[in-house]
Design a protein around this ligand. Structure first.
Ligand code: NAP
Length: 381
């Protein structure tokens, strides 16, 4: 019992969002006492919360940032900062849910990587708290992630707390090349226990327009054999889950018609200037998780200077980037921003202690312009 008291005192509910937040109170807390050296880190915590005058049910949460239910009414994210825990209502969704290898793509902020990414960048991100990593055969960052993770595992990071995604390059599509290349990715990523968490088909086809005669038929067949290879790799334990990227509505419906294993994820370009509302509806109705790449518009289309976003950011005392990432999370979309800058890497993870109001969400919805930074996947064969 003596072990519990200091921690209960350290718990500070700092609800950011909901109407219930002001009456969220911890009434008691128990944990299993498994404490790490630097920060409180428990295998399980039971907290009794009082919300809306109702005694809350007990939620069991993982370490550092997690989610628990209170009654049947609401879900609260729990964010650890140093030795303090903060609770933030998340309006019934799972923002900030823990990263679990083998679990669904978590609704949290992941680390985007790219061609310049090297091991020390990944190490910096791991230290900052990232546990969800995005790479691709194309980016040349698989080995950097593999090496950084191997080092972190030696220092105590647990494999089950990490989720790594890679993607099959357009030049490796087709059954044999997919099998061979994903096995190579598996090696580069350090032969992650249980397999790579998620392997995606990077693009539905090489960059060929659907208007080219015969192209749709040709690439439909290439997509199918690539998907069959991913299903085989999953059976063989090389991939834990499989999914797609840059699949427009037509590509997705086509795949769903024959897939034995349904895609777990569709990763596409999403940001306030390109909100993908129709695709989001389809993906959600099919039970597929949605992931946003180029969430900050690559920092290249004026998004970070947008006056509406800037006004909201000032009101929240947050950066524009944080507002965009939070907006995505509140739409049930997992963002994977890229940064190689230590301050911005941390800033992009600092989105769990505030929330956007419905008015703010509506104001951002009005920024839609259908603007692609990369390419419009719906036009591809
Ligand atoms: N599936 C696909 O086809 C596909 C395509 C593209 C990207 N992706 C994935 O998505 C990830 C992210 O996409 P992206 O790199 O295209 O674009 P992004 O994340 O929208 O933008 C990255 C740019 O924004 C800057 N930035 C990051 N955080 C910032 C902040 N807090 N404030 C101001 N500027 C900030 C970065 O510069 P600094 O480094 O200087 O901070 C970088 O120049 C990629 O790394 C990759 O993993 C997937």
């Amino acid at each position: 019992m003596a072990l519990l008291l200091p921690f209960v005192a350290a718990f500070s509910p700092r609800p950011a969002v909901s109407r219930m937040a002001s009456i969220l109170r911890p009434v008691s807390m128990k944990h299993d006492g498994a404490q790490s050296s630097s920060v409180p880190c428990f295998k399980s915590i039971e907290m009794k919360l009082e919300a809306g005058g109702l005694p809350g049910s007990i939620g069991t949460v993982g370490s550092r940032r997690s989610v628990l239910s209170v009654g049947a009414a609401a879900t609260f994210g729990v964010l650890w900062k140093g030795d303090r825990a903060f609770a933030a209502a998340s309006d019934g969704n799972h923002i900030g849910e823990p990263v679990v290898s083998g679990g669904p793509l978590p609704l949290t902020v992941g680390l985007g990587t790219g061609p310049p990414y090297v091991q020390k960048d990944v190490e910096l991100a791991i230290d900052a708290g990232y546990r969800l990593f995005d790479t691709a055969q194309e980016y040349g960052s698989e080995e950097a992630i593999g090496n950084a993770l191997k080092k972190a595992f030696r220092s105590g990071l647990k494999r089950e707390d990490v989720f790594v995604t890679t993607k099959v390059d357009i030049y490796n599509m087709g059954y044999e090349a997919t099998i061979r290349s994903v096995r190579e990715s598996f090696d580069l990523l350090g032969r992650l226990d249980g397999g790579i968490d998620l392997v995606l088909i990077h693009w539905p086809c090489p960059f060929v327009s659907k208007d080219v005669p015969g192209a749709v038929q040709k690439y439909s067949s290439l997509r199918k054999s690539t998907w069959e290879a991913l299903e085989k790799l999953q059976q063989d334990g090389v991939a834990k889950q499989i999914g797609v990227s840059n699949f427009g509505k037509r590509h997705l419906r086509e795949l769903l018609a024959y897939a034995t294993v349904r895609p777990a994820v569709n990763q596409v370009e999403v940001h306030p200037y390109n909100q993908r509302v129709e695709l989001a509806k389809l993906v959600k109705s099919e039970g597929i998780r949605f992931e946003a790449y180029s969430p900050l518009g690559k920092g290249a289309i004026g998004l970070l200077e947008d006056p509406v976003l800037t006004r909201i950011a000032r009101a929240k005392d947050k950066s524009v980037a944080a507002v965009i990432l939070r907006w995505l999370l509140q739409r049930d979309i997992t963002p994977i921003p890229l940064s190689r800058n230590a301050k911005r890497i941390r800033e992009n993870l600092n989105v769990f202690d505030f929330a956007l109001t419905e008015d703010e969400m509506r104001a951002i919805a009005k920024l839609e312009r259908g603007q692609f930074v990369l390419r419009d996947d719906e036009t591809l064969a």
